[in-house]
Structure formats: structure tokens, C-alpha cells
Design a protein around this ligand. Structure first.
Ligand code: MN
Length: 733
């Protein structure tokens, strides 16, 4: 420490930076001189940046970050972490740009400070337990570098030490957040001492009266315990020495918050809990732990069912020890922990033990590697035990494949990473998902396909009557959203099927000069029963899907007397092109409005429209019961696919010329293919979008006038043959 004091003598800054002397002394004990100098520079930088700012207690602001840094120096953390702790408030409180920190102290420090700033911007609201767990996970998921959490915990610990200066309401809020969020995180990371301090400070600030009662009771008990514990300690020491086991036996005290929790959990009176004694035995190797256990059990009888082997099966955070409870003198229970020196170090400082500054070789390992190293150590520790549980919890916490976002009311939702605004909407409620039309993320309007990031607040805007967009299926990340959208589309299909089926049945009944209302209820019921349908909707749906034939169903609905022979011809069904999913246009013959057409009822696919001269018609002739006469209704704006085959002289540029001619008639081309027949001729096949036969005829005339074009035909049936005569298609068929 001579080095540190001599350094301080040269530093004018040290005097106006309270706590700096202690910090530098602490880091000089384990860091090389150049790193100590960087830390000193950071303190100087921070002192200037925070110049004039004071804490509520009245002391200069810089005292706070320096104290936080000192906490981390006690854990022997590396210089970047210490510097980040010194500067942790400069981005937020002094508007120092991140770039400036990077230029001055390196990118790592800048990233760490930025990470702490981002954590501070997220506000914890709810008091529900599940919410607290999500919030903890969100905080952990947000940081790429665990050192950010270490700085944050040091920051919080110092704030808790000085919380007396805060107004009571603020004090309670901070205390609650400390107990619900930060102490459990410290525990998860194995920072046992920090956890205990955060809990006791939080307990004291949140319930000052209860804290006082427990503190007094503990003090009283301690007076009585002293002699008693000394005797136990001696008995154990003697026995261990006799067995030639080198061990350190220490008595330990439960911290107040754990006593308080135990009282609440077990509804036990104070004395029962305070009068539990604790001892710890630290030895050199794991093997010695078990031997020491045997010795301990030979001195005091163990309480059955209380032995736990956390050496063979470590806790999730890497904690290892043997735990046993003994019947002490007069039957007083003694809780004993047995562990090695290494295990003790991990038990006290957890992950920080792993971040310790290491001299030589390994000091330049990247932070990601160190985290991985820590994890792999834990994994190997866990091999014998419940590794699944362990991996689950560590993966969720440290390798974020989840994203945590807020609703406008502050509830946290956990979604898989990659989740979009639409996933969020469905996670809130299926109805919200189905009716969402827009969203605000952090109060800014955002497209629905936007991928969400940790900590964002998402507000969904819904509209009455809005429906899911089928294209959402392409970008949603959650099964819930995907299945809800599919379910909706299926429902839509069903609605369309029912409507089409009703139309077909009405048409079929019309052939017998009957309307549905004319059919008596008993006949309807009987027919439904015969057909095995539970209601009329189901019947309509089946007809619409082509699983039942409208003419046959219609016949069943006729009064017995008019049961006709079935020779009548049905009036054609009008097709307008707006029927939706249940009417499809065959891609073998590409029917367009005013083509002579007929329809074929296809099971499960509804009605398929073909041109009358389609080659496939021959196959369908074998199933006359599935035919349906149809005509075109005055067509709306809808465009229909059609296919033209253009026989050309095989010349460079001919395709471009024909395509340009087609475009000149304001026709869209969906697809083109070229089939070179020989060196002189080729066939160009265009799939086009046209309104009707008139539109197509105009197009054919334009193409045919071109010099290199020999012939133009419409495709009929899978390119099998050119059935149509080589003339203008007649617009009216
Ligand atoms: Mn702070």
C-alpha cells in the first residue's frame, strides 16, 4: 500500500474526491500500476463531470460512484469494471456522450456504462411475485456483459447504505425494489455477502419497526449464546484434530431478513428461530469435507432428514457445501455447513469470484469467453445433479432467447426473441390480435411486423371489425399467434363454404320450384338426420365444400309426391369471381369471364371452374353427378389468369418486343417461359391477368400484328394441345 500512498501524494485531485484514497489503496493491492493510474484518471474525470452536483446527504456526488467502485474493488474485479463503476452515472446525470467515454477509457468501459444507464431507464412497477421474476429475467436478458449487473448491484448497495437521506415514500419504493429485484439477482449470481447486505438494508428501510424488534432480540440472544457457542466450537475442534483433519471452525449468525422470512414462512415465534446456532467448517479438499462430516456426526447426533449434499449436486448458482443439522447440548439445533476454501470463496462472491482480476496469461480473455468459462464450470459442477434445471435457469437468464416487454399498464410479457408486434397483440388476448391494426412502441407508431426488443412498452391499436391479415403468418414468431391466425382463416373458409352451400342448395331447390321456406320442419329434420348432419350450417358447409351434392340434397327435401326422376336440368349458378376461397379457376384451361364454362364439385375444394372445351372435361364426364351448370355474372374489377402461347421466329430480342407489346395494353404478366422448338422458331408462354374475353381478344390482335409472330393461341389444358382454333376468341362465346 506504500505504492498507493506515494501515488496519492502526487495527486491534487485526491483531496476533492472523497473515498478515492481508499479506493486506490484497495485496487493497488491487486492491480498493476498502469491500471491503477487509469482508475485514478477515471476518478478525476468523474469528479469534473459531476462537479457541483451533490447527493441528498450533502456530500459531493462523486463520493457515491467512488464508493460503489470500492465495493467492487473488494471483490478484486478488473480495472474496466472499476472504472465503469466510477463513471456509471455520467451518461445519465452529466450528459457525457458515450463516444467520449470510449475515446478516453476504451470501448469496454463505454459499453458497461451505457448498459448500466439502460438498466436504470427501466422502471419496475408491479408488486406481484411473477412480475418480479420476469423483471429480474428482463434485466439479466438486457445485459450482454454480466459486469453491468455487478456495477448495478454495487450502485444499489451503496444507495441502500445511504438511503436514510431519502424521503420516506421514495425510501420504501427503493427498498421494495431492492428486496424483490436486486437481492434475488445477487443470490442468483452467487454474490452471497451482497445479497445479505441488500436484504438487511432493504428490510430495515421497508419495515423499520420490525427490524428493530428483531435486532434487539438477536442482541439479547447473542449475549447468552457466546459461552455456549464457544463450547461447541471447542468440542468440534478437538474431535477434528484427533482425526487429523485441518479445519477452520467459525460460528455464524443468521442475518435478520432471513430470520424474518423464516418467521413468516413457518409462522414460528421469534425465539424458536433466533435460538438456532450456526457453525461453518472450512477444510482443504472435497474429500476432507465428507471426513469432517463423519467427525461432526460422531460428536453431535444429526437430525434425520436434514442432511443435504450440495457438493455432489451444487445449487443453480454454483454454490457447494455439505449442510447438516445437529442436536447440540440440551437438544438445541445447530446448523452446520462444511466446505472447502474454494467453495467458500464461490459461496461468498459467486460470479464475481470468476471475474477476479487474474495476473498473467489469461487476463486478456474476452468478456464473452469469461462468461462462457463461468458457465461451463457450472455445467461441469452440475453434471452429477439436476443439470436440466440448471441449464434452463442459466440459459434463460444469461443467453437471452426471450424478450421482455411491457404493456402500457406496466405488466411484463415474456415472448420468444424475434417476436413481433402481432405476437405481442396475440399474447395479450386473441381478440386483441384478431382486431389489431396498428401499434405504438415506446409511444411511436410502428409497423405490425416490427421485431420487439427488451424493455419496450407496446401499445396495440385495435379497430372494430378488423380481421387478421393472412400474411401475418409469414412473420409471427409465436405458436399462439400462428394458430390463432390459421384458426381465423379456417373459420373464414367455413363461413364462405356455408354461404356458397346455401346458394347452391337454393338453386337446386329452385329447379323444383321450391324455396327453402316451403320445406316443412319435419322434412328438414328427417333429411338432416338421414345425412348425419347436426344442423343446417353443417349441411350448407358440406355442400359448399363439395362433400355433398346440392341436387341430391334438394331431392331429399322434396315432399314425397314430387320426388322427381332427376332428369330436370338445373338453372346455372352465377359466378361473379368474388366468391372467395371456395370457387377456384382451373389452371389447366384458365377460364375467364364470358368463356363457356362449367363447374365441377370437388370434395374439400369447393367449386372448380373449367372451360367447356378443357381436355380434362373428358375425365369429369365420368362423374356427371358432380357437374354444376354455371354462367358468368356481370364481372366486377377482378382480374383473371389466362395463358397465351405465342409462336415466334427465334430471334434475339423477340421476347422483349412481345412483352413490351403486352405491357402497352396495360396487361400484367405473371409468368413467362420460352420453349425453343428449333433453330428458327420458339414458343413463348405468357401467364397474364385479364378482365375478360374482350380484353384478351384485344391483346391477341396486338400481338398477332407483330412481324416476328407466327401464331397466337390460348392454352387449353396443361399444354397438351392447342384446342382452340386459331382465330379471335369471340367476346361473347
Ligand atoms: Mn448510482
Amino acid at each position: 500500500m506504500d505504492y498507493a500512498s506515494s501515488l496519492l501524494g502526487l495527486l491534487p485531485g485526491a483531496r476533492r474526491t472523497p473515498g478515492l484514497k481508499e479506493l486506490l489503496a484497495s485496487v493497488a493491492a491487486y492491480l498493476p500500476a498502469d491500471q491503477v493510474e487509469r482508475i485514478r484518471e477515471a476518478a478525476e474525470f468523474g469528479t469534473s463531470a459531476h462537479h457541483g452536483q451533490r447527493r441528498r446527504s450533502g456530500e459531493p456526488f462523486i463520493a457515491h460512484p467512488v464508493a460503489a467502485a470500492t465495493l467492487l474493488a473488494d471483490l478484486h474485479l478488473d480495472a474496466d469494471t472499476i472504472i465503469a463503476a466510477i463513471l456509471h452515472d455520467v451518461i445519465e446525470d452529466t450528459r457525457t456522450p458515450k463516444d467520449q467515454l470510449a475515446a478516453r477509457f476504451g470501448a469496454d468501459v463505454a459499453e458497461l456504462v451505457d448498459g448500466v444507464t439502460k438498466l436504470d431507464q427501466i422502471k419496475f412497477k408491479s408488486r406481484e411475485e411473477a412480475q418480479a421474476e420476469s423483471f429480474r429475467k428482463m434485466l439479466l436478458a438486457m445485459v450482454k456483459d454480466l459486469r453491468v449487473i455487478l456495477v448495478k448491484l454495487a450502485d444499489r448497495t451503496h444507495n441502500m447504505r445511504t438511503i436514510e437521506a431519502m424521503a420516506p415514500a421514495r425510501r420504501r419504493a427503493i427498498a421494495r425494489e431492492t428486496l424483490e429485484i436486486y437481492a434475488p439477482i445477487a443470490e442468483r449470481l452467487g454474490l452471497y455477502n451482497m445479497k445479505i447486505e441488500l436484504e438487511d438494508l432493504g428490510f430495515k428501510a421497508l419495515y423499520p419497526a420490525r427490524y428493530l424488534v428483531l435486532e434487539r432480540a438477536q442482541k439479547r440472544a447473542r449475549g447468552n449464546q457466546k459461552e455456549f457457542l464457544k463450547k461447541i466450537e471447542q468440542q468440534l475442534n478437538t474431535a477434528l484434530i484427533r482425526s487429523q483433519i485441518e479445519a477452520r471452525v467459525v460460528t455464524r449468525e443468521k442475518h435478520l431478513y432471513s430470520i424474518y422470512q423464516k418467521m413468516r414462512r413457518k409462522r414460528a415465534p421469534l425465539h424458536e428461530i433466533v435460538d438456532v446456532y450456526g457453525i461453518r467448517i472450512v477444510v482443504d479438499t472435497p474429500d476432507t469435507c465428507y471426513r469432517a462430516l463423519g467427525v461432526v456426526h460422531s460428536v453431535f447426533k444429526p437430525m434425520p432428514g436434514r442432511f443435504k449434499d450440495y457438493i455432489a449436486i451444487p445449487r443453480v448458482n454454483g454454490y457447494q457445501s455439505l449442510h447438516t443439522t445437529l442436536f447440540g447440548p440440551n437438544g438445541v439445533p445447530i446448523e452446520a455447513q462444511i466446505r472447502t476454501t474454494d467453495m467458500h470463496r464461490v459461496a461468498e462472491t459467486g460470479i464475481a469470484a470468476h471475474w477476479k482480476y487474474k495476473t498473467g496469461g489469461k487476463s486478456d480473455v474476452g468478456q464473452q469467453d469469461r462468461t462462457r468459462e463461468w458457465l461451463s464450470n457450472l455445467v461441469s459442477l452440475q453434471e452429477s445433479g439436476s443439470s436440466e434445471e440448471f441449464l434452463e435457469s442459466v440459459k434463460v437468464d444469461l443467453f437471452p432467447d426471450k424478450v421482455y416487454v411491457f404493456t402500457p399498464k406496466g405488466t411484463i410479457l415474456r415472448l420468444p426473441s424475434g417476436a413481433t408486434v402481432v405476437d405481442f397483440a396475440y399474447a395479450v388476448h386473441t381478440d386483441i390480435g384478431n382486431r389489431c391494426v396498428a401499434a405504438k412502441v415506446d409511444r411511436r407508431l410502428t409497423p405490425l411486423r416490427t421485431v420487439l426488443r427488451n424493455g419496450q412498452t407496446v401499445e396495440i391499436i385495435t379497430a372494430k371489425g378488423a380481421t387478421p391479415n393472412p400474411s401475418w403468418v409469414n412473420f409471427v414468431a409465436t405458436a399462439k399467434a400462428r394458430s390463432a391466425i390459421r384458426h381465423y382463416l379456417k373459420g373464414l373458409r367455413r363461413t364462405e363454404a356455408i354461404a356458397l352451400g346455401a346458394k347452391l342448395l337454393t338453386q337446386a331447390l329452385g329447379e323444383f320450384s321450391l324455396s327453402f321456406e316451403d320445406v316443412s320442419d319435419s322434412v328438414k329434420r328427417a333429411a338432416l338426420g338421414e345425412l348425419g348432419m347436426k344442423d343446417l350450417d353443417e349441411l350448407h358447409e358440406k355442400i359448399g365444400l363439395g362433400e355433398r351434392l346440392a341436387p341430391l340434397v334438394a331431392r331429399r327435401l322434396l315432399p314425397t309426391a314430387t320426388h322427381a326422376s332427376g332428369t330436370s336440368v338445373l338453372a346455372p349458378l352465377a359466378i361473379a369471381g368474388t366468391e372467395g376461397l371456395l370457387v377456384t379457376y382451373a389452371r389447366c384451361c384458365f377460364p375467364i369471364p364470358y368463356d363457356p364454362i362449367f363447374a365441377f364439385l370437388s370434395s374439400g375444394r369447393g367449386v372448380v371452374i373449367h372451360r367447356e372445351n378443357c381436355v380434362n372435361v373428358e375425365d369429369y364426364r365420368k362423374h356427371p353427378e358432380n357437374w354444376l351448370p354455371v354462367t358468368w355474372q356481370a364481372s366486377p374489377d377482378r382480374l383473371f389468369s389466362s395463358e397465351l402461347r405465342v409462336y415466334v421466329i427465334n430471334r434475339t430480342g423477340v421476347l422483349a418486343a412481345v412483352a413490351a407489346a403486352i405491357a402497352s395494353t396495360e396487361t400484367n404478366i405473371d409468368h413467362v417461359s420460352i420453349d425453343e422448338q428449333d433453330i428458327d422458331t420458339a414458343v413463348l408462354t405468357f401467364e397474364l391477368r385479364v378482365r375478360d374475353r374482350r380484353h384478351l381478344a384485344r391483346l391477341v390482335r396486338v400481338i398477332r400484328r407483330m412481324p416476328d409472330v407466327n401464331r397466337v393461341t390460348r392454352t387449353i389444358a396443361a399444354h397438351a394441345r392447342d384446342a382452340e382454333p386459331d382465330g379471335d376468341p369471340d367476346p361473347r362465346g
